[in-house]
Every structure is written in structure tokens, then in C-alpha cells.
Design a protein around this ligand. Structure first.
Ligand SMILES: [Zn+2]
Length: 234
């Protein structure tokens, strides 16, 4: 079982402030991150993934017409999944990602999420994709076949060049319409995307409701995660 949260790409990170475009996106990113965490898709649980934090959110920043590998995005920092409150200091800008070389260049107050390469691979699919949300959700993951989710091959792990190839294959096979796919080898891992964070999150909300409705259980339970707070005071 792959360990959650382990960075597998070569990370060249420069500590520094967020660039102006990222500053402007930060409030929206932190707000939607809090909503996704409230749904249980981002968090930390001692009983899951060896206790590592899970889940991350990103949004594109201009220029939106940038070539593949240079579609800059703001993303939550590595191992922030378990934090109830995030601030701008927990964010990072991925400036370049080289899938073939498995390398990510970033700048910001925090080091990038270990799943930054997967986010970059999704942005490379289309300049119209402006937001990516990655959650861990046992309920949706277990129902992935019944929900007819596009699924990556079982031998392809997250954060690898092979995953980028899988994302591209799924996109061409119809995941572009669904705006979501399951990461088969990354337990409970689901990725959604859209033109906005609201759109990408809505895809997950709809899946969650459908998965709940399909379950055999008489009792439908909310996630155990505590409602997080967004702290923008810093
Ligand atoms: Zn993950």
C-alpha cells in the first residue's frame, strides 16, 4: 500500500511570499478547501493512511494560455490535510512541472502538496480547466464501479509520470465530460476538476449524495471530520 503524503517528484522549492495573482486567489481557495474538509474529503484520521493528512485543492493563475508544463497554479502545502485552519502561509505556487522528468518547481511560504504532479497533469489536459480538487473518500471510492467513474489502472501510483499518462487516457475516454476520476492504486483517492473550484466541488458533492443513496445501510452518517475554520488573519 503506497504511503499517503510522500512526495515522489524532485521538488525545487523556493521559500517566499505568494505572487500577486496567487494572493488574489487565496481567499477563494481557502474557502473551498474548508468546504471540502467539512465534507470529510480533506483531513487526517489516525485509523487511515498511517495517520497522514490527506486531500488537496488547487486553482490556476494567469496566464491561462500558458503552454503545458507551465500552467501555474496555487495549491495547498504538503501535509496540510490535517490542519483545521489554514492561512495564506500554507499555500504555494507551482510554476513549472515536468512530467517526463518527474520534477516540480514552486515558490511560496509552504512546500507543495505531494500530489502537485497529478494536479499539473490535469491542467495539461485543457486550458479551460482552472481548478482541481483531490479528496480521499472511502464511500465514493468503494462505489466507483457502480457510479461508473473513470478509473486509473491498478498498477499506476499517484505522483508519477505514469499517472499523468493515465489521466490523459481517461480524459480522452470520457473523463472530460464527468470531470472526475478515481485513482485505483491510491486508496480512496478521487480527483475532480472544472472551470472553477465551485464546479469541481459540486461534482464531488453530487457523487457523495449518489454514493450515500446507493449504500445498503439503513443509516446514513455524516463524516467524522470536524468543521474546519478558514483563518485569513495572518
Ligand atoms: Zn491522495
Amino acid at each position: 500500500m503506497p504511503t499517503e503524503g510522500v512526495t515522489k517528484f524532485a521538488a525545487a522549492h523556493r521559500p517566499g511570499p505568494l505572487v500577486p495573482f496567487a494572493q488574489e486567489c487565496a481567499a477563494e481557495l481557502l474557502a473551498w478547501r474548508a468546504v471540502v474538509a467539512a465534507l470529510g474529503g480533506i483531513g487526517q484520521d489516525p485509523a487511515r493512511y498511517d495517520g497522514a493528512g490527506f486531500g488537496n485543492v488547487s486553482v490556476r493563475i494567469p496566464p491561462h494560455g500558458a503552454p503545458r508544463g507551465a500552467r501555474r497554479f496555487v495549491i495547498t502545502g504538503t501535509q496540510t490535510g490535517g490542519a483545521r485552519c489554514l492561512s495564506r502561509d500554507d499555500l504555494c505556487v507551482v510554476e513549472r512541472y515536468r512530467i517526463k522528468d518527474n520534477a516540480v518547481d514552486s515558490v511560496g511560504p509552504a512546500a507543495p502538496s505531494s500530489e502537485s504532479m497529478t494536479h499539473g497533469a490535469v491542467y495539461d489536459l485543457s486550458p479551460a480547466i482552472r481548478a482541481v480538487v483531490h479528496i480521499h473518500c472511502p464511500l465514493v471510492f468503494e462505489a466507483r464501479q457502480a457510479l461508473r467513474l473513470p478509473c486509473t489502472q491498478a498498477d499506476v501510483d499517484y505522483g508519477t509520470p505514469a499517472m499523468a499518462g493515465e489521466v490523459s487516457r481517461l480524459f480522452r475516454a470520457g473523463a472530460d465530460q464527468r470531470q472526475v476520476f478515481a485513482m485505483t492504486a491510491h486508496r480512496d483517492g478521487i480527483v475532480s476538476f472544472g472551470r472553477t473550484l465551485e464546479e469541481a466541488t459540486q461534482v464531488l458533492v453530487s457523487l457523495l449524495a449518489r454514493a450515500h443513496a446507493m449504500s445498503d445501510s439503513d443509516m446514513v452518517c455524516a463524516p467524522r471530520a470536524a468543521l474546519p475554520l478558514v483563518d485569513l488573519r495572518h
